[in-house]
Design a protein around this ligand. Structure first.
Ligand SMILES: [Zn+2]
Length: 350
């Protein structure tokens, strides 16, 4: 469970996986984890970032009859929620099973059946008989709710499905790239960020404290290689390699990848025979957007893992794409020399 602002379970795992490989490890007030590995030259800083939080729901009201009303924490499409099993997390960390209730088709009016639900109309049923009963279980206004879902392989064993692969896969890529990173000149900062899904908040403060010269975010992107979407709208496809982002956000209001960062990523992929796709994403963005605006500006890019059904409990991605993303990040780090950093940071002209 890694609801925004409550990433503690994920954070413990991240720290456990990084601590033996870092020269220095710290957390900050918001809960970001920063792992530092000193490079051979010791000057210049490269930051790689992936977010620990997942989209979640929060109990906003407990009804007299014990049903829980919820509000979104992050970008849900309410259509994926009715009929799901969920975990309700109490203040003291107890996990309770619930379901998001749904009216049976038998008693739905025809016009109702066609409607997309809104989250404010949904409710969670934990089996409590009354408000007092729910409170006795430890549920309060503010209790968090996430889908109950384990990660599993599909029939094609290269493809896995689960909730919150956004951005657990980015964390996995970051951790492996950091652990195996060698032969790089600048100091490497691996940052596991908080509250990305609710406005890139952790990345903003982490970037301020790290003050990187160059940064990469590692996150999922939309693979729309599914029925009902025209070829031109597919963005990227699952299984064809990690994506090198060129632009995201509506009309470029997210990240416009720094041209030199994009060039070096493509060069690294080509020279090492790593498959890749170029990505122009028409909506949504990543931590790279806010890191790029840190202090006097940071050349930034994103390596993305193509993922189907993003922000649903059945996200699907290819493990091979994730492995290739690790290779791409490592290849990039080896080429991001101290002199390259100096050249992309901007120059004194007179
Ligand atoms: Zn994400």
């Amino acid at each position: 469970m890694g609801a925004p602002g409550y990433e503690y379970e994920v954070r413990e795992i991240v720290i456990e996986m990084l601590k033996d490989y870092a020269d220095e490890l710290r957390t900050d007030a918001l809960g970001n984890v920063v792992a530092v590995k000193r490079g051979s030259r010791g000057s210049g800083k490269v930051m790689i970032a992936a977010h620990m939080d997942e989209i979640a729901l929060m109990v906003s009201y407990i009804e007299k009859n014990g049903f829980l009303r919820i509000q979104p924490v992050g970008g849900w499409n309410a259509i994926v929620l009715p009929g799901q099993r969920v975990t309700v997390v109490t203040e003291d960390g107890k996990k309770l099973r619930g379901v998001v209730g749904i009216k049976p088709p038998h008693i739905m009016k025809p016009e109702e059946a066609k409607q997309v639900p809104e989250i404010k109309d949904l409710f969670v049923d934990v089996g409590a008989k009354s408000r007092e009963d729910a409170e006795k279980l430890g549920i309060t206004v503010g209790s968090l709710v996430v889908p109950e879902r384990t990660a599993e392989r599909l029939a094609n064993p290269d493809l896995v499905t689960g909730k919150a692969l956004d951005d657990r896969v980015g964390l996995a890529v970051m951790i492996h790239a950091f652990r195996e990173a060698s032969g790089f000149e600048p100091t490497l900062y691996a940052v596991a960020t908080v509250q990305e899904e609710v406005g890139l908040k952790g990345a903003r403060t982490a970037a301020y404290s790290v003050s990187p010269d160059v940064a990469l975010a590692l996150d999922v992107t939309i693979a729309a290689d599914i029925p009902g979407i025209s070829e031109a709208d597919r963005v990227v496809e699952v299984g064809k390699g990690p994506a090198i982002k060129v632009m995201d956000g509506r009309s470029g209001t997210g990240l416009i990848t720094h041209p030199e960062v994009k060039k070096l990523l493509i060069k690294a992929a080509k020279e090492e025979g790593i498959p890749y796709q170029l990505e122009v994403l028409p909506g949504g963005t990543t931590d790279a957007t806010i890191i790029a605006l840190n202090k006097e500006g940071v050349p930034a890019g994103t390596v993305s893992i193509p993922t189907r059904y993003v922000h649903s409990p059945v996200e699907v991605l290819s493990l091979e794409d994730a492995v290739n993303a690790v290779k791409l990040v490592r290849a990039f780090l080896r080429r991001a020399s101290t002199s390259w950093l100096t050249s992309v940071k901007g120059a004194k002209l007179k």
